[in-house]
Design a protein around this ligand. Structure first.
Ligand SMILES: NC(=O)C1=CN([C@@H]2O[C@H](COP(=O)(O)OP(=O)(O)OC[C@H]3O[C@@H](n4cnc5c(N)ncnc54)[C@H](OP(=O)(O)O)[C@@H]3O)[C@@H](O)[C@H]2O)C=CC1
Length: 278
């Protein structure tokens, strides 16, 4: 089993340098898939209220041979629960659905800037942490102005900001903005959602030159940038492959070639400045 490095964040937080994406892992097959990922060595499990699979991840944790305290259950608060009282209710609902007595990490899923309630939601997360329902709190898809507003209003800095990151969208400015504020960056869709990026000619050539798969090359790139990637796979062999990335050294020439892919943009098409998710 690979030794996964830990990254240090706010308030002494220690987070694994890679986690499992669980979008679309549902039902009994989902429990089996999350279970095989835990067996392979994943310790950080990324779910969301809106993925409708907090129970799947919770059940896999309950069935795991690994002690509960070694695993990090990370979920996200949806936009329709941003109002202060509703945010607390969503956290209680996530606890109920997961079957856990504590959520290790809760993120605000999207800032929804036109809705404009994300600072209320943040206050509710701060209080939930004070009350012991949640151990760590963070955000997702936040831009610098959203970060500054919640930090300014509460004095509490998110442990991490989970954003779309892959070579087509390296997010240099946003990653730097996170780092300046002492916030770790988690990367969603690190494989570009499993579509074109895995077949990109540059990615394939650099991967072949090292004798690794395109997926491992992409994840090694995330790790080299200090981003915590969250690859999703339902397949045990791929889950194991995706963890085996910590010995892959990329040269500055490799990083330069991958930087040239940055023009292609978002695989999701979702821009946090305009996207609203409920
Ligand atoms: N905060 C947010 O707003 C968002 C967060 N996320 C999070 O990020 C996670 C990852 O992003 P996601 O969009 O799922 O996409 P990924 O970039 O992780 O790609 C997943 C796809 O790649 C395939 N795949 C995985 N490993 C390999 C491999 N080694 N070789 C070939 N194909 C592979 C998977 O197929 P298979 O399963 O069949 O192996 C799946 O189709 C999500 O699951 C979710 O947890 C995602 C979107 C938004």
């Amino acid at each position: 089993m690979p030794d996964i490095p830990l990254l240090s964040g706010q308030d002494g937080a220690r987070l694994p340098a890679i986690g499992l994406g669980t979008y679309d892992l549902r039902g009994a097959d989902g429990v089996t898939a999350v279970g095989s990922a835990i067996d392979a060595g994943y310790r950080l499990l990324d779910t969301a209220f809106n993925y409708d699979n907090e129970g799947v991840v919770g059940r896999a944790i309950a069935q795991a041979a690994v002690p509960r305290e070694a695993l990090l259950f990370s979920t996200k608060l949806p936009g329709r629960y941003h109002r202060h009282d509703l945010a607390r209710r969503a956290i209680e609902e996530s606890l109920f659905r997961s079957g856990l007595d504590r959520l290790d990490l809760v993120l605000i899923h999207w800032p929804n800037p036109r809705q404009g309630l994300y600072a209320e939601a943040w206050r509710a997360l701060v209080e939930a942490r004070e009350d012991g329902l949640v151990s760590m709190i963070g955000v997702s898809n936040f831009l610098p102005e959203h970060l500054d507003r919640i930090i300014g209003e509460t004095g509490v800095t998110p442990v991490l900001n989970q954003i779309e990151v892959h070579p087509c969208l390296p997010q240099d400015d946003l990653r730097a903005a996170n780092a300046e504020r002492g916030i770790l960056t988690e990367g969603w869709s690190p494989l570009g959602n499993g579509t074109d990026l895995l077949r990109n000619a540059t990615v394939e050539r650099l991967a072949a030159a090292r004798g690794v798969s395109a997926a491992r090359l992409l994840l090694a790139w995330s790790v080299a940038l200090g981003v915590i990637p969250l690859p999703k796979s339902a397949t045990p062999a791929r889950q194991a492959e995706n963890l085996d990335v910590f010995g892959i050294e990329l040269t500055s020439d490799d990083l330069g070639e991958l930087a040239d892919l940055a023009t292609s943009g978002r695989s999701s098409g979702l821009d946090p400045a305009t996207h609203e998710e409920f």
